[in-house]
Structures are given as structure tokens and as C-alpha cells.
Design a protein around this ligand. Structure first.
Ligand SMILES: Cc1cc2nc3c(=O)[nH]c(=O)nc-3n(C[C@H](O)[C@H](O)[C@H](O)COP(=O)(O)OP(=O)(O)OC[C@H]3O[C@@H](n4cnc5c(N)ncnc54)[C@H](O)[C@@H]3O)c2cc1C
Length: 450
């Protein structure tokens, strides 16, 4: 989902004074809607589809797809970890493990130290492929999985931190949930009846001509006093927009080029983030192509599967799209969405789409698909040459350096957003957009309209 380079018009829609607070609230609502909109605001509540939270997730280990525990009570019984591996994880989680080393740890270092080698190799390493298409020996634990990192910091161990967080939550309960929001029955994933693109399309429709598609931001100039002049390349030619605030939610490398004339330090810091390539391959097989041992009650059930890099397959993982969401495949067929590439396999960029399909099909025949099954139907192959920002060691320092340089350079009202700032999961991007909207609203009421 994209909310690229949202600029906020400086012209208030009504006189500011005396109803400044009312205007501030209206503006906040407008900003929130400009940035992202929940499924309720966008009118898509009835189109939202949620996966069954109890559906299993699998990890490939020694040629078999083994379920991962979906709730704490599954932990003693699941096969993916040995008894020794579970004991090591349990002791580590309560704090019987080496202390933090005093430097920024990678995900691999943190997890091996806290939870042991098996948890790292069989659960967290494939999980890093699933979220970041990343290399856990380079990702920063603090930046990539900050919530878990903070548990150890705050409570002395992962369990200690969890208990402390629960106590704090009981002391300061969250405001009650908006009853109009859909309520998932557990931890799950969601989409819309006709796919995720329904969300930006619905937001765009609702906002009407406030949304400008295919406007390419080519320069940002600071105006005398407060505000900026943005220059866009559009189908109608160059268009300039004067604005008091700018929220740049474009990828960091694009922000880096645009900010270069304003601040070398900000531009250099933002140029340090790495985006590896990833390809998404959607293919369909007849139901009978699924290996019998992978069926549950005669069907392919579950979220999908992840593949540790040690298991001799190139594909990072596969989502069982037609098992998760309705109407993704006609009766008798399954639709599988697989990801291939990432930080540890950048050669995908030099491959043809047909090679990527062959790679995924070859891998799936090793554990999910009968080796003698017919060729799959190919529904789509999409390669993102720069897919997902990697939150590597130093990520938060580089981000702070960029923000600090903008502050010191006097570029007030220019904000950085998007997935390299908030976190890469779409949900975090949405939360981050709401947070940014609040910051912009506060800025405007403090400086711009005072
Ligand atoms: C293959 C893949 C699979 C993923 N799967 C999941 C998943 O299952 N679950 C999940 O939670 N997350 C997933 N993610 C991550 C999530 O989708 C992204 O982190 C999120 O969508 C990023 O949103 P964004 O608005 O920050 O950036 P983007 O969506 O990248 O938007 C940035 C936009 O800026 C535009 N832009 C760039 N330069 C300019 C310019 N000069 N002027 C104007 N516009 C410009 C670009 O065209 C683009 O539209 C996946 C990501 C990828 C790549």
C-alpha cells in the first residue's frame, strides 16, 4: 500500500479563528484519512476477509512440514523442537542464559543467546524470511523486533518483560475498542474479497480528487519562512504545490535523492538502508496434486509454510491463499503464493520469470506437491527489485541521524514516514500513519496557525 509523498494543503477549508480547536480536530481527521484509513472508514468492512486463527502454520524441517505452536499450550507437544531444544528455550526465556553482550545484537545473536540454537534455526530464521526476506545474521534485533528486544531490557528476561508488560497493561488498560471495527477471533492475517488492492482503491475513491495518482515528486524547496514548494512531474506537465508540511512516505532511497539538495547528512543516512529483491509467484495446482500426508480432513488447510535456508530449497515460503481466503481458486484447485529471493538470494534479479516459476515448482514438489503432478497454472509473477527495507545493525542510528539533520537544518514540518520508519508489516505502516497524522496535526496547530 502506498501513501507516497502526501503533502497537506496549507489553506484551511474554513476561517481558523475562533474555532481553532474544531479546525484542528477536522484537520486531524482529514490527515488521518489522507494517510491511511481503516477498513471501516474506507467502507470495506463487509469485504474484509480474515484467515482462521486456528489454521496451522508449517515449517519445513528434514523434508517434512511440521506445524508450529499456535498457542502456549501447544508448546510441550509440538514436534519441530526436540525436548532439549524446548528446555533450553524455557530456561533462556526465564533468564537462565548469558547476559546481553553490551553491543547492538543481530537477531541471530539475540535469539541463540536467549532461546537457544533450535529456536533460532527452526523458528526464527524462517520467520525472518517470512517478514523481511532477510538475513538474521545481519538484521538488528532492536530495530527489527523491538517489542521482543524491549522485553529483555525491561524485565531482565523475555518472560520477566512479558509479565511486567502485562502488569503495566492491567494498571493502564487500553481505551476500549471502537465497536464498529471488525473483531478477529485471534491472531490472524487479513485481506479483502478481491485482494489487498481494494484498500488503496477504496481510500482513493473516498478522497476523490485530493488523491493525485502518478504524480512524481522531483524536488522539494524550502520557502522563506515556513513551508515548502514541491515540484511534481504529472501527465499534464510540471505542477508545483506550496505546502506548510510534507510527509515523505516514499522509500528511503527515493527520499535520499530528493533530500540531497536540502541536507547531505540526511540524504547520506537514508541512502544506507538496503532493499533486497523479492519475487512473488502465484501458481495453481489441482487439489489432487497435494501430497496425501499434507491434507487435513482431505483438504489443504493452514496459513502456509516457511523454509529455513538450511533445508535445501530456494523458495522462502508459501502462502496457501485459497485455504486462507474465500474465492481465490475454483473448486478442485488450490492457489499458492510463494516468495523467492531476499537478502540471501539476490540472483533472482538475473532470472527470467519462467525460471522463477520452475524454481518454486521444483521446491514445492520436494514436500507439498506430488512429484508426478501436472505442471501448475501460472497466475502471476511479480519481481520487486527493491522490495523490503532491511532493519540492519545501525538502522535506528541512521534514521535518527537523518531526522536530527533535518531538525538541525531547520526543516521543520518535513516528516519521514513509511515502512523503513515504522516497521515493514502493513499493520505497522497503518499505525505509523496515524501516529504521523497526529504529529503533523500538533505541528500545524502549534506553529502554522498560531
Ligand atoms: C513482496 C512483498 C510481500 C509483502 N507481504 C506482506 C504481508 O504479507 N504482510 C504485511 O504486513 N506486509 C507485507 N509486505 C510489506 C508491506 O507491504 C510494506 O512494508 C508496505 O506496503 C510499505 O508501505 P509504504 O507505503 O511504506 O511503501 P510503498 O508501498 O513502497 O509505497 C511507496 C510509494 O512511493 C512511491 N514513490 C517513490 N518515489 C516517489 C516520488 N518521487 N514521487 C511520488 N511517489 C513516489 C512509489 O511508487 C510507491 O507507490 C510485503 C512487501 C513485499 C514487497
Amino acid at each position: 500500500m502506498s501513501a507516497a509523498a502526501i503533502s497537506i494543503s496549507t489553506k484551511p477549508p474554513c476561517p481558523i479563528s475562533p474555532g481553532l480547536e474544531g479546525f484542528r480536530r477536522r484537520l486531524l481527521r482529514q490527515l488521518v484519512r489522507c494517510s491511511v484509513t481503516s477498513e471501516v472508514d474506507s467502507g470495506l468492512k463487509d469485504d474484509l476477509v480474515l484467515g482462521d486463527p486456528n489454521a496451522p502454520r508449517f515449517v519445513l524441517w528434514n523434508g517434512k512440514l511440521l506445524p508450529v505452536p499456535s498457542k502456549p499450550t501447544d508448546i510441550p507437544f509440538f514436534e519441530l523442537l526436540s525436548f532439549g531444544g524446548k528446555l533450553r528455550a524455557g530456561f533462556g526465556a526465564i533468564g537462565i542464559r548469558p547476559p546481553p553482550p553490551g553491543h547492538e545484537e543481530t537477531v541471530e545473536e539475540f535469539v541463540r543467546r536467549n532461546l537457544g540454537d533450535e529456536v533460532f534455526e527452526r523458528l526464527i530464521e524462517p520467520f525472518c524470511s517470512g517478514v523481511y526476506a532477510g538475513d538474521p545474521s545481519k538484521l538488528s534485533m532492536k530495530a527489527a523486533f523491538g517489542r521482543v528486544w524491549r522485553l529483555e531490557q525491561s524485565g531482565g528476561s523475555i518472560i520477566g518483560g512479558t509479565l511486567k508488560a502485562l502488569q503495566e497493561r492491567n494498571k493502564n488498560p487500553k481505551p476500549s475498542r471502537d465497536p464498529s471495527l471488525p473483531k478477529p477471533k485471534g491472531q490472524t492475517v487479513g485481506s479483502f474479497m478481491k485482494g489487498l488492492s481494494m484498500l488503496p482503491n477504496a481510500i482513493s475513491l473516498r478522497l476523490g480528487n485530493k488523491v493525485k495518482l502518478s504524480w512524481n515528486l522531483i524536488s522539494i524547496k524550502k520557502r522563506d519562512g515556513l513551508g515548502y514548494t514541491l515540484m511534481y512531474e504529472t501527465q499534464e506537465g510540471l505542477v508545483s504545490v506550496d505546502t506548510k508540511t510534507v510527509v515523505l512516505t516514499i522509500p528511503s532511497y527515493a527520499a535520499s535523492s530528493l533530500l540531497h539538495p536540502l541536507s547531505n547528512v540526511a540524504a547520506d543516512s537514508l541512502s544506507k538502508f538496503y532493499y533486497p529483491p523479492v519475487a512473488a509467484v502465484s501458481i495453481s495446482y489441482p487439489q489432487e496434486a497435494i501430497r496425501r500426508e499434507c491434507l487435513i480432513d482431505g483438504e489443504l488447510k493452514g496459513f502456509g509454510q516457511l523454509h529455513p535456508r538450511s533445508q535445501g530449497v530456494e523458495t522462502l515460503g508459501t502462502i496457501y491463499s485459497s485455504s486462507l481466503f474465500p474465492n481465490r481458486a475454483p473448486p478442485g484447485r488450490v492457489l499458492l503464493l510463494s516468495y523467492i529471493g531476499g537478502s540471501t538470494n539476490t540472483v533472482i534479479l538475473s532470472k527470467k520469470e519462467s525460471d522463477l516459476v520452475e524454481d518454486v515448482d521444483r521446491d514445492l514438489r520436494k514436500m507439498l506437491i506430488n512429484p508426478a503432478a501436472k505442471e501448475p497454472l501460472v497466475l502471476g509473477v511479480r519481481v520487486w527489485p527493491r522490495a523490503i527495507p532491511q532493519f540492519l545493525i545501525g538502522h535506528l542510528d541512521h534514521l535518527e541521524a537523518a531526522r536530527g539533520a533535518l531538525r538541525k537544518g531547520g526543516f521543520e514540518g518535513l516528516f519521514l514516514g513509511g515502512n523503513y520508519v515504522t516497521g515493514v508489516a502493513l499493520g505497522r505502516c497503518v499505525e505509523g500513519a496515524y501516529e504521523t497524522a497526529e504529529v503533523v496535526s500538533n505541528f500545524l496547530s502549534k506553529y502554522a496557525y498560531s
